[in-house]
Design a protein. Structure first.
Length: 111
């Protein structure tokens, strides 16, 4: 196999790998990983968010919430509307609401 053929094959393999991980408008690049295993003293909270419909939505919500001080991981799931947040301490609900609003979605009040 020539060097040029090898390079083409490597490029094809990378494209194939990218195609299998995409499926949303952003190709998965903006998604947060699953929440890390809870560390000592960490708090895990699950919030309900209205309006998420795709991976891009998940990424937007995750990105905004991850900017709140003390947050170590965020996992948003559009299909259920649930956002799981792991943080060093309990978060102020209004801070979470503001982050979700900034992303363009609505935090559902708990009943």
């Amino acid at each position: 196999m020539s060097a040029q053929s090898q390079l083409h094959q490597i490029g094809s393999d990378a494209a194939d790998a990218e195609a299998t991980t995409s499926g949303s408008c952003c190709g998965g690049a903006c998604h947060s990983e699953a929440p890390a295993a809870a560390t000592e003293g960490a708090v895990t909270a699950v919030y309900q968010v209205k309006g998420m419909t795709c991976g891009h939505c998940e990424g937007a919500v995750s990105e905004e919430i991850s900017q709140i001080a003390g947050v170590s991981s965020v996992k948003a799931v559009a299909a259920t509307g649930q956002v799981t947040v792991v943080s060093a301490a309990a978060l102020d609900r209004e801070a979470v609401r503001a982050a979700v609003d900034e992303a363009g979605y609505e935090l559902v009040d708990q009943t």
